[in-house]
Design a protein around this ligand. Sequence first.
Ligand SMILES: [Fe+2]
Length: 155
Amino acid sequence: MAYFEWGDDLSVGNSLIDHDHQRLIALVNDLHTATTQGEGREVVGGILTELITYTRAHFQREEHHMQAVRYPKLAEHRRLHQELLEKVLELETRHKAGHVTVAAQVSTLLRDWLSIHIRRADKEFAASSAARGLGSTYPGERALVQPPGAKTRMP
Ligand SMILES: [Fe+2]
């Protein structure tokens, strides 16, 4: 059994966001495996950087969706993202300074934070969108999948 298991109860009903969350979970598992198997600072640091880069990009995508639909709680949601990022970046700084054991704290922090954040805050956004008649897909999703001006290929 994986350290952090994806389950249907984590789905927010949007395939792009779900995909992002699954990728984040995979990276948290990679980090956990690397730290528990005693991988060196370079390997762990590499995964840590990838995880932080992906987390940041994912938050931006989510906030972009929220902005596109004028989500009333965007500022509050963004604050949650920023608080988490600050904590993770602080741990990364300590890791770079030679405190190698903090990498394990990052996987624990992200596992605990994501499992609550997705179930509460991200699902609250999905429910709010549905209640406002926006369905389970967000405007802008098509633009993310297909760049503007891309030709639709007919079967
Ligand atoms: Fe979020």
